[in-house]
Structure formats: structure tokens, C-alpha cells
Design a protein around this ligand. Structure first.
Ligand SMILES: Nc1ncnc2c1ncn2[C@@H]1O[C@H](COP(=O)(O)OP(=O)(O)OP(=O)(O)O)[C@@H](O)[C@H]1O
Length: 200
């Protein structure tokens, strides 16, 4: 298994266990405030937690957090930006194909971050995450600020990445249609813990 989570729990994270093979997506649903985002933060080793999280058999706690987060990459609902322009946040310009696929205007590359719309921020945050070539993506409602066409373009880009790179994703979404089309298995977060639905 590429990504194994055993009895993960923590402050605001109900107990949850699951495993993902290379190329797999685990959609996550659950009531607002139940702990979905906090679970992603624990999986990224950004908050204190108990239980075991393994990447390719290596336990999270045996690895420096910075090494872990280079491979297990969180795309939070509200992305963080620290420099003035978009370009300064990328190691290199992303492939033209992914830029155009997400319907991003060329001029945005040099644009100040403060001028970006919320949907532009979200699309650029995903491209920034993909530039790290993660083994596991932790996606917190990546299509929340997007219209339907842009949401579909984003979903397509992410799914192609997972298939081509044989990466895995934990994907929070409130849209049941998005989840239905993402795979047979999904995780329901409840106050008592995570429930896996569908075939394994
Ligand atoms: N920094 C924090 N300190 C204390 N409590 C927090 C903190 N961040 C989140 N919480 C609480 O943890 C709980 C879970 O929050 P979380 O953001 O994980 O919910 P969620 O399931 O992702 O909700 P939503 O679907 O609304 O985004 C909430 O009750 C929230 O108020």
C-alpha cells in the first residue's frame, strides 16, 4: 500500500483508518465541523495526533516533517501565499498544458497575489502543489470556489496526475456527484469516527 492510516486521532479528529494503493482516490464527506480539515492537517504532520501514518511502509514519525510534507502535500481550503507575485511561489513555470487546462490567463504568472480572485488562487494553489510532484495529495475542497466548467477541468487535471504518477489522494468534497465519479470507495467522517463505504 502506498498510504496507510491506522487509528489516526487527535484534537478535533475522530478516529479513522484507511489505506490507499498507488493511483487511488479516497473521497471524504461529512458534516461541517466534524474534523475533515483537521484530519488532513494531521496526515500532513501539521498538528499533534496519535496513530500510525505510513508512506510506502515508512512511518511518518521516523521522517523529518519537512521531508514528509514534500511527499504528502496538503492543499488547504485557504491557500497560503508569502511572496508578492505568483511566479515567486513556483520553482519553475508549470507546463503550458496544465496552465491552459485550468483556464489561467498568461498574465497571472507575473501578477501580484493580492489581485487574484479566490478561484484563481485555488487553481494556482493546486498547480503549486503538483509542482512538488507529491506521492500523496491531501485536497481540501479543491473545487469549492470554481464554476462547473472550471471544477471539471480541475478534477480532470488532478485525476490525470494521480493516474500518470501513480500517486494517491484524500479528497474532501461536499459535492456527491464529484464523489460518485471519483471511485467506488469513500470515507464518511462522523463524530464517532471515520466510516468506509463501498467496495475495498
Ligand atoms: N486551530 C483550532 N483550534 C481549535 N479548534 C479548531 C481549530 N481549527 C479547527 N478547530 C475546530 O475543529 C473542528 C473540526 O474542524 P474542521 O475544520 O476539521 O471541520 P471540517 O469537517 O473540515 O468542516 P467544514 O466542512 O466546515 O470545512 C471544528 O469544531 C473547529 O471549530
Amino acid at each position: 500500500m502506498l498510504f496507510e492510516v491506522k487509528e489516526l486521532s487527535g484534537p478535533n479528529v475522530p478516529p479513522v483508518s484507511f489505506a490507499l494503493a498507488a493511483g487511488q482516490v479516497l473521497p471524504v464527506r461529512g458534516e461541517s465541523g466534524v474534523g475533515k480539515s483537521q484530519m488532513l492537517r494531521a496526515l500532513a504532520d501539521l498538528s499533534p495526533h496519535e496513530g500510525e501514518v505510513c508512506l510506502d511502509g515508512t512511518e511518518q514519525q521516523t521522517m523529518p516533517a519537512t521531508d514528509w510534507r514534500r511527499q504528502v502535500v496538503l492543499v488547504p481550503a485557504e491557500s497560503g501565499w508569502w511572496a508578492e507575485t505568483v511566479a515567486e511561489h513556483f520553482p519553475a513555470r508549470p507546463p503550458e498544458s496544465s496552465w491552459t487546462r485550468l483556464r489561467l490567463r498568461d498574465a497571472l504568472w507575473e501578477s501580484p497575489v493580492e489581485r487574484l480572485s479566490s478561484g484563481e488562487r485555488q487553481r494556482l494553489a493546486v498547480l503549486r502543489a503538483l509542482a512538488l510532484e507529491p506521492r500523496v495529495l491531501l485536497l481540501d475542497e479543491p473545487t469549492a470556489n470554481l464554476d462547473r466548467d472550471n471544477a471539471e477541468a480541475m478534477a480532470g487535471l488532478l485525476l490525470d496526475y494521480l493516474r500518470e504518477r501513480q500517486a494517491a489522494a484524500v479528497w474532501i468534497s461536499h459535492d456527491p456527484h464529484e464523489i460518485d465519479s471519483r471511485g467506488e470507495r469513500w470515507l464518511e467522517m462522523t463524530a464517532e469516527g471515520g466510516l468506509l463505504h463501498g467496495s475495498v
